[in-house]
Write a protein that binds this ligand. Structure first.
Ligand code: CTP
Length: 401
């Protein structure tokens, strides 16, 4: 039994979208883990799931209408909004997100969201064009700024036949996010930004420049931080490793996209830069595929990408309290890493030797040296997940002081 969920009350607002059917499974699985679920259906949600099925699965009354006097007599909307340990909106439609961002209170769901004093986690679900629409992205940014936590959306095939981001996160991922939000771990209430994976810098529509990176170490660190109760914004380039559950995933392609996403995700208590950012991009990306031209080689002019870590480490206002960089080196590891820490201005740097023969790049293990103000500290070779847990605990200790 999941201790983080046992005995917890979750106010589950079900929005009107095709993904609403998954919310029934969410109710069932939350109850399996010992949580109580108070379901609230919007009017649109009733087109997709019946109040009876939500009520039967939750073994509770379903709340539907703001002006239902019986409800008001039993439990007013203010009380209802505060009776839960966490408010979850799944699926969160574009319309519900807009209402939340705009502070509307014209039905039961939006009124509860305005009245609550509890943390709110949303699982957006909508068509890819709607999700990518500037209005929706603006609302998402406002909600993030308000401290609303996100589970998904993820990329995938949609009921409407299109493909892309907008699909609701799968139920186990939403449960991970709920578990992390309810965790009383040492990082509860702290926001941590993690960059991970490679970046892809397009040369033309079919070619790109990239560093090697599976994303394994970054994924493990994000997961460990969420496991300690942290709210994690996971900004990842196109990595092999699927992103962890329980974190807010922000997929990006290029270094400049990653930098933009990091800036959008701030403020944060800590930031951990595990991404293998490509140092260069081509100065002028070709719009069409470059063709081979006899023996003449393409004249690719490179330009340097922004240093995301250095930019954040050297912020004069709103800098995270703890900025952690990684240094993947193939020789003179400690010297290069210590110099990098000074040059970039980060608090800690995690140095590792990625030369061929160590098996670290793409492997399951890592052997790192943590360099702080106190000097280098060598950690024995261990699983990347163990490195992640140890580092997450160190971050929690540092933020607690
Ligand atoms: N980093 C970053 N933005 C960049 C380059 C690197 O945020 N444009 C971060 C990485 O995520 C890592 C640290 O800086 O935390 C060091 O990355 P690394 O590739 O080892 O260093 P570089 O700055 O690229 O230096 P060099 O290539 O000279 O070793």
């Amino acid at each position: 039994m999941d201790t983080a969920l046992t005995g917890k009350q979750i106010l589950l607002i079900i929005g009107g979208g095709i993904a609403a059917f998954k919310s029934l499974d969410l109710i069932r699985r939350l109850r399996d883990r010992g949580a109580g679920v108070m379901p609230v259906l919007t009017r649109a949600a009733e087109e997709f799931v019946t109040p009876l099925s939500a009520s039967a699965l939750a073994a509770q009354k379903v709340y539907r209408d703001l002006f239902d006097l019986t409800d008001e007599a039993e439990m007013g909307h203010i009380e209802l909004s505060r009776a839960a340990d966490l408010v979850v909106v799944a699926p969160a439609t574009a319309d519900l997100m807009a209402k939340m961002a705009g502070g509307h209170a014209d039905d039961l769901a939006s009124t509860l969201l305005m009245a609550t004093d509890k943390r709110v986690l949303i699982a957006p679900a909508m068509n890819v064009r709607m999700w990518e629409h500037p209005a929706c992205q603006r609302n998402a940014a406002t909600l993030r700024g308000d401290g609303v936590m996100f589970a998904g959306p993820v990329e995938g095939a949609m009921a409407c036949g299109e493909f892309g981001p907008g699909r609701m996160a799968e139920v186990p991922e939403i449960i991970d996010a709920i578990t992390s939000a309810l965790s009383n771990g040492p990082l509860a209430g702290q926001h941590i930004v993690v960059t991970s994976g490679p970046t892809h810098e397009p040369i033309d529509p079919v070619r790109y420049i990239a560093n090697r990176s599976s994303g394994a170490q970054g994924t493990a660190i994000a997961s460990a931080l969420a496991g300690l109760g942290g709210k994690v914004s996971f900004i990842t380039g196109p990595a092999e490793m699927p992103p962890p559950g329980g974190v807010h995933v922000i997929p990006v392609q290029t270094a400049r996209d990653m930098q933009e996403a990091v800036i959008q995700a701030l403020p944060a208590d800590a930031a951990v830069f595990t991404a293998a950012v490509a140092d260069w991009r081509v100065a002028a990306q070709a719009d069409t595929k470059m063709k081979k031209n006899g023996n003449a080689l393409p004249d690719l002019k490179l330009t340097e990408n922004p240093d995301i870590l250095a930019g954040v480490a050297q912020m004069t206002q709103g800098r995270p309290r703890l900025v952690v960089g990684f240094a993947a080196e193939t020789h003179d590891v400690l010297d290069h890493a210590a110099a990098k820490r000074q040059r970039k201005g980060c608090d800690w740097i995690v140095a590792n030797d990625v030369s061929a023969g160590t098996g670290i790049m793409g492997g399951a293990e890592n052997e790192v040296t943590l360099i702080t103000d106190a000097g280098p500290e060598h950690w024995p070779r261990m699983e990347k997940t163990a490195v992640a847990r140890q580092l997450a605990q160190r971050i929690a200790d540092a933020l607690a002081t």
